[in-house]
Design a protein around this ligand. Structure first.
Ligand code: ADP
Length: 477
């Protein structure tokens, strides 16, 4: 976002094998060229395919696009970086194994790229990075390593047992500039016999709090297995069409627009979606527990749609398909809310599964958006024991004044959030230093550890300098 020169690509190389990736790393080390690996380069909202450091050589891994293994007994796959969610879904379905894949909102992205950045999908296995089991990584000096049980010659449990023997290092390569991942193992979700999509709407802004509080125990005890999403009406509208459908001028949305959106789409002021999966005998019990939990919220509407585990895409309502891991591109319109060469950038702090905390945060962030001249647009996701509050600043890339305002807003949200103890789970290139600085416990001890690891593994400082705010020694301030 902003000045295109800031994140300009120098040139692009497209290796076709791990040997070629290793050769690229060795060459870069020799010539002190900086590399920026991408898998499909669909990291929209976070910088897309652009490098953090202008002039870097983008290492485009999309030609390495094989699904190397599908294990129909243990439910695992081994993939290369160029494999997209749609490709993996098709390959697993064609193989006939009784397992499901998971997909994020846009299925054109790389399975590896998304998991490495800790992206989300919407099934019970939607926490993508948590399903990873075994990596193959090219280190900055060109050495190729396999983690976990893959470190054995002929190891038979690479995709089955994560830790291996000794210190586990897999985590070093997520949101990282310590290696280029060339293979990844993943666990698949056993195909359920039956499943149900649950859509819950509440009418009042403050109903967000009881909605979250009713969900929390069910998420913690595993009754709700999928990722939970709680969205506001603006998101619902932005996924379906441009802002001009609602208001011509670019000022703040007029009073009443939210209500019109709610009416047209039949959605509430907050809309919670999730799914339940089980054996045929047990799914009704799960549904019953969910209905009971939300019955106490006045005006709350709970809609349950039942599906057979083997229902085809055509038999599943459009908005429910991602909850069965069926790939789609429905979210693409979000970028074009303002028209022009649209754009969006997020501020996504992590907080607890607590209703009053979420409500207090949403009110504060909404005020900050409005003070900067933007309408609040946000959603909460819960994949594990926390909420991620994904707020989206929607803008038009051709409107320089608006872009500058969006950038200033996100920077201030990061600063203000940090003062309140909230850190982000992921960030755009333009804000990586700001976010890294906000992890400042013990005078930034974690950042210093990251720097020591960087210096040890990449002394020449060739790999993705500045990614996640981690810079090689020569470029550190
Ligand atoms: P997607 O296509 O899923 O959106 P990208 O290819 O854009 O994912 O990758 C997102 C980010 O993840 C990249 O900008 C890069 O920093 C990192 N990344 C992607 N693939 C790799 C990889 N194979 N090894 C190391 N880092 C990677």
């Amino acid at each position: 976002m902003g000045d295109p020169a800031e994140f300009a690509t120098g040139l692009v190389v497209r290796p076709a094998s791990v040997e070629e990736v290793s050769a690229v790393a060795r060459l870069a080390t020799k010539h002190r060229a900086t590399l920026w690996p991408i898998s499909q380069g669909r990291n929209n909202g976070y910088g897309g395919r652009s490098p953090r450091t202008a002039g870097s050589v983008v290492v485009d891994l999309s030609r390495m696009d094989r699904v190397l293994e599908i294990d129909g007994v243990s439910g695992t796959v081994l993939v290369e970086p160029g494999v997209r969610f749609a490709d993996l879904h098709a390959a697993v379905r064609e193989s006939g194994v009784p397992f499901w894949t998971s997909t994020p909102d846009l299925s054109w992205g790389s399975v590896i790229g998304n998991a490495l950045e800790r992206g989300l999908g919407y099934t019970a296995y939607g926490d993508h990075h948590a399903q990873v089991c075994g990596l193959e990584v090219v280190l900055p000096d060109g050495e190729v390593v396999r983690t976990g049980m893959g470190a054995m010659e002929g190891g038979r449990a690479w995709q089955l047992y994560r830790p291996g023997f000794g210190p586990a290092v897999d985590g070093l390569f997520f949101q990282s500039n310590l290696g280029i991942v060339t293979k990844m193992g993943l666990w698949l979700m056993p195909a359920p016999e039956a499943w149900a999509a649950v859509d819950i709407a509440v009418e009042g802004f403050d109903d967000l709090a009881p909605l979250i509080d009713a969900m929390r125990p069910l998420k913690l005890d595993g009754t709700i297995q999928s990722t939970v999403v709680i969205g506001d009406p603006l998101g619902a509208a932005a996924f379906t069409g441009p802002r001009s459908d609602w208001q011509e001028d670019r000022g703040m949305l007029a009073p009443g627009v939210h209500e019109r959106i709610m009416e047209r789409f039949g959605v509430g002021r907050w809309n919670m979606t999730f799914a339940l999966y089980d054996h045929a005998e047990m799914i009704e019990a799960r549904i019953g527990v969910v209905e009971r939990a939300f019955a106490g919220i006045p005006g709350c509407r709970v809609a349950v749609t039942r599906y057979a585990g083997d229902a085809s895409a055509d038999e599943i309502a459009y908005g429910h398909r991602v909850r069965a891991g069926i790939p789609d591109m429905y979210a693409e319109k979000l970028s074009f809310w303002f028209g022009g060469r649209g754009g969006h950038v997020s501020f996504a702090p992590v907080l607890s599964l607590d209703g009053s905390e979420a409500l207090a945060q949403v009110a504060k962030i909404r005020d900050r958006f409005e003070a900067a001249g933007f309408d609040y647009c946000g959603a909460f996701t819960a994949a594990g024991r926390s909420l991620v509050h994904v707020t989206e600043v929607l803008y038009d890339r051709d409107d320089t004044e608006q872009v500058a305002r969006a950038r200033a807003l996100v920077r201030s949200l990061i600063e203000e959030g940090a003062k309140e103890g909230y850190g982000e789970y992921r960030g755009h290139l333009a804000f990586m230093d700001d976010i890294a600085r906000s992890f400042d416990w013990n005078d930034g001890a974690l950042g210093r550890l990251h720097a020591r690891l960087k210096d040890a593994l990449d002394p020449a400082g060739i790999l993705a300098p500045g990614k996640q705010g981690v810079w090689p020694a020569a470029r550190r301030l």
